[in-house]
Design a protein around this ligand. Structure first.
Ligand SMILES: Nc1ncnc2c1ncn2[C@@H]1O[C@H](COP(=O)(O)OP(=O)(O)OP(=O)(O)O)[C@@H](O)[C@H]1O
Ligand SMILES: [Mg+2]
Length: 343
């Protein structure tokens, strides 16, 4: 018979979220200039098998967020607060050796932005994947690693005989598949894909998206997909976080955010997406430019571009609050602006 305490512990363990980022802050220091507030109070969570899309304009801190999670930051980066919890354990505080051995690539892997162009041009792709496996699995022999390489290539839709090819012999789509195979090499639970389809033509983009979707289902992966393209992200994700100037400004289930956007920036992003089925209209880029994160605007960071701003928006930074169940927004005026279109 189980004792009540044991039952409580067992139930507690079931409730632990797979992955959670809480109030994460990471700034880059530029000597003589100050701090670039690249990740400034970011929070979100991810359950097993979920896909979260993170969208936002260039320079808003998407890649910085991924690099902070994987502890792959350059020397001038400073993590100034917050937690990254994997199964309830803060992996930012974990001993770096233990993190390397047990977490990076093994539990959480990253498909780097532009990784397909960073494959080593003079090493056969099969050997590159095998090397990634052998670095982390010291006991594995080369022929076992090559067997795994062939399984991985088949998994991502490449004929295993292509293990002998050099990167230049493969198309862009195939190179991206190789990079995805590398990210899956150690059977991670979470894969972060940073702009996995940019630099590919639209047909290949669709194939790569389908591949990520199929892999996610087949392997029950949790995926974080990062992009500046909200329509691409919506193809894959069941949750979405909209980032602006180092912060999440809206976050929730994709349906809630798409059909009932609450933040003026999300409304603007959705308004800027051309619709295939909808009426023809001019594509509306958002007026103004994203702020310089060395000197972000006071109050709400979006206020200089927001047609709805009032005094409070200029003076006070809004908190990310739960506006509807599971639907969060960082805007002082979201309630009165419900249903009001941008611009
Ligand atoms: N090593 C660094 N030192 C100083 N500032 C940096 C460094 N790396 C990035 N930044 C700055 O941090 C901010 C966020 O950059 P990041 O690359 O995370 O944006 P992003 O959202 O991934 O953009 P993109 O869509 O273009 O990939 C930018 O202002 C960028 O200039
Ligand atoms: Mg980036």
């Amino acid at each position: 018979m189980l004792f009540p305490d044991t039952v409580a512990i067992a139930l507690g363990a079931c409730n632990v979220m797979l992955f959670e980022v809480r109030d994460l802050k990471m700034y880059y220091e530029i000597i003589g200039k100050g701090l670039v507030r690249a990740v400034d109070g970011v929070s979100f969570s991810l359950e097993r098998g979920e896909t979260l899309g993170i969208v936002g304009e260039s320079g808003c801190g998407k890649s910085s967020l991924a690099l902070t999670i994987l502890r792959l930051l350059p020397a001038n980066a400073k993590v100034l607060g917050g937690e990254v919890l994997l199964d309830g354990v803060n992996i930012l505080k974990m001993d770096l050796e233990k993190f390397r051995r047990e977490v990076r690539w093994r539990r959480i892997s990253l498909i780097f932005q532009s990784a397909m162009n960073a494959l080593n041009p003079v090493i056969r792709v099969g050997d590159q994947i095998a090397e990634a496996i052998m670095i982390h699995d010291k006991g594995i022999r080369k022929n076992e690693a090559m067997k795994r390489v062939k399984e991985l290539l088949a998994l991502v839709g490449i004929d295993p005989s292509r293990a002998k090819s050099y990167p230049f012999e493969l198309s862009g789509g195939m190179r991206q598949r190789v990079v995805i195979a590398m990210a899956l090499a150690l059977n991670p639970d979470i894969v972060i894909a940073d702009e996995p389809t940019t630099a590919l033509d639209v047909v290949v983009q669709a194939q790569i998206l389908k591949l990520i979707k199929d892999l996610q289902r087949k392997l029950r992966l949790s995926v974080i997909v990062i992009s500046h393209d909200i329509s691409m992200v919506s193809e894959l994700s069941n949750k979405i976080a909209v980032m602006y100037a180092g912060q999440i400004v809206e976050y929730g289930d994709i349906k809630d955010v798409f059909y009932n956007p609450l933040h003026p920036y999300t409304k603007a992003l959705l308004y800027a997406v051309p619709s295939i089925r909808g009426k023809r209209r001019r594509l509306n880029p958002i007026p103004g430019a994203p702020p310089d994160l060395l000197r972000p605007p006071s109050g709400c960071r979006f206020h200089p571009r927001c047609p709805f701003k009032t005094d409070i928006c200029i003076k006070e930074m809004p908190e990310l609050i739960e506006a509807d169940e599971g639907h969060f927004v960082r805007c002082h005026r979201f309630e009165e602006l419900r249903g009001v279109a941008f611009g």
